[in-house]
Ligand binder design. Structure first.
Ligand SMILES: Cc1cc2nc3c(=O)[nH]c(=O)nc-3n(C[C@H](O)[C@H](O)[C@H](O)COP(=O)(O)OP(=O)(O)OC[C@H]3O[C@@H](n4cnc5c(N)ncnc54)[C@H](O)[C@@H]3O)c2cc1C
Length: 432
């Protein structure tokens, strides 16, 4: 595979300041810890390690922000794919409380990082709205809301009825929803670039266009990381390659632990000439309750709409066309508005729907599997990764407690994902 991979034609690329010149690692170097992968996970790990005085080097295969961290939807949410009530049933109330605390702390950490490095990432702490597409989904949301308020004492959540939903969204089609005042929306690439620039200003070495092609365990201890133009000797390395762990053989040890799932986005041009209700006037993030979840938000006067993309290695025009049809079904008033940007990326799904930090051996640590919600979580995860690297006592609930095993029948993963997605689509279409 050639590096760097081509840039992504995203709205974020078009609306961020130009990227810094690449800083490749060349020649032979040494450090205490290497972080492989320069997305939010890699940068937050470097942040946490550098704070403890560790000599850490980040190695990114492509240009900085090339991975999911530079091309996501910018929804800042602390949620996991499993509800807290389900966590309480499966692992007990204390565990659910701890995970809820981590979710809240992850969202607060985004604002802390923006402050610490004075990053202008257009963060809007406007909260999120989950939009029920049918009464059964609304009942489930109501149940969840009551549980969060009564059992976990979370007062940031409340229910909206159909009229309030119409006022919020400016379009019909939802019978109610659950509002969460925490979190919001951000420009993900500006956030990422700001973090990288802040860390570099603090003296952390971040090399892009520097793919690790092989990891060699040295007899006397430590690792030798091989790169096209050099090598790096370290005591330990962190694999922060997430859904892109198949880019080189360096990710072989972890790539089968997640299923990469393509997520796609489209953005309209700046909305003009619309009559009637204001669309998404409160500038929150909005997700549907359908199984094949669609989500949307505003940015710079444009509407961004996301959902499942094409399967496989490449985007397909038909996948974007399906997204455009869904956008117009939801917002018929957008008929005739130009779609200016179409792009996609890979999210890492895990068998238990939870992210994981763990140790492979005495020299390799991994952090991955955000199941599509990693803006806040991956940029918070570094402290738990650092604790694992430094063998410090830590409690990250299920994230460090469960371990991440290989996905069974991995070679058939694409067929499996297609089957599940097709089944979900059929159920959604039938209103089930
Ligand atoms: C289209 C899309 C929309 C999304 N929307 C949202 C959202 O709105 N809100 C939300 O919370 N989450 C969202 N996500 C998920 C979120 O972006 C991810 O969970 C998060 O960015 C993961 O960060 P990461 O650092 O673990 O991985 P990444 O950002 O993917 O970084 C991994 C990096 O590893 C590098 N790499 C791989 N192999 C090597 C190697 N051998 N050597 C060196 N480097 C290597 C890759 O080049 C890549 O840059 C979305 C994801 C996508 C794709």
């Amino acid at each position: 595979m050639e590096f760097p991979q081509a840039d992504i034609d995203s709205l974020w690329q078009a609306s961020a300041p130009p990227p810094p010149e690449p800083q490749r690692l060349a020649g032979s170097r040494q450090a205490e810890i290497a972080v492989i992968g320069g997305g939010y996970t890699g940068l937050s790990t470097a942040h946490a390690l550098a704070r403890q005085g560790v000599d850490v080097v980040v190695l990114e295969a492509n240009r900085l922000g090339w991975g999911a961290s530079g091309r996501n939807g910018g929804v800042v949410s602390g949620k996991f794919r499993i509800s807290y009530a389900r966590m309480a049933r499966l692992w007990g109330l204390d565990v659910a409380r701890r995970m809820h605390g981590i979710g809240v702390a992850a969202m607060e950490n985004v604002a802390d990082l923006l402050d610490e490095y004075d990053i202008d990432a257009q963060y809007r702490p406007s909260g999120s709205l989950r939009c029920a597409h049918r009464p059964e989904a609304l009942s489930a949301l109501r149940e969840e809301c009551v549980w969060l308020r009564d059992v976990l004492g979370d007062r940031s959540v409340s229910m909206l009825d159909a009229t309030e939903m119409h006022d919020e969204i400016g379009a019909k089609g939802f019978c109610g929803g659950m509002l969460n005042l925490r979190g919001g929306v951000i420009h993900p690439l500006r956030f990422h670039r700001g973090l990288a620039a802040g860390l570099r200003a603090d003296g952390v070495a971040i090399h892009d266009e520097s793919p690790v092609t092989a990891i060699e365990h040295l007899r006397g201890g430590g690792l030798n990381l091989h790169l096209p133009q050099g090598q790096l000797r370290v005591q330990q390395a962190v694999l922060a390659t997430n859904a892109y762990s198949s880019l080189t053989p360096a990710g072989d040890a972890i790539r089968r632990r997640v299923v990469p799932f393509r997520s796609a986005m489209i953005a309209t041009g700046p909305l003009t000439g619309l009559s009637g209700a204001t669309l998404l006037g409160n500038g929150r993030s909005y997700t549907e309750t359908r199984r094949m979840m669609r989500w949307f938000r505003m940015s710079g006067g444009r509407l961004l709409y996301g959902g499942r993309g094409a399967f496989g290695q490449r985007d397909r025009a038909s996948a974007f066309a399906a997204l455009e049809r869904a956008l117009l079904r939801q917002f018929p008033q957008l008929e005739g508005q130009e779609i200016t940007h179409r792009w996609s990326g890979l999210v890492a799904m895990t068998m238990d729907s939870l992210p994981h930090v763990g140790r492979l051996d005495d020299r390799l640590v991994y952090a991955m599997g955000y199941n599509g919600t990693g803006v806040a979580m991956a940029s918070y995860m570094g402290r738990h990764v650092a604790a694992t690297v430094l063998n410090q006592p830590d409690d990250a609930g299920l994230i460090t407690g469960l371990g991440l095993r290989n996905v069974p029948f991995y070679p058939a993963r694409e067929i499996g994902v297609r089957l599940v997605a097709g089944w979900y689509q059929a159920l959604d279409a039938l209103g089930k």
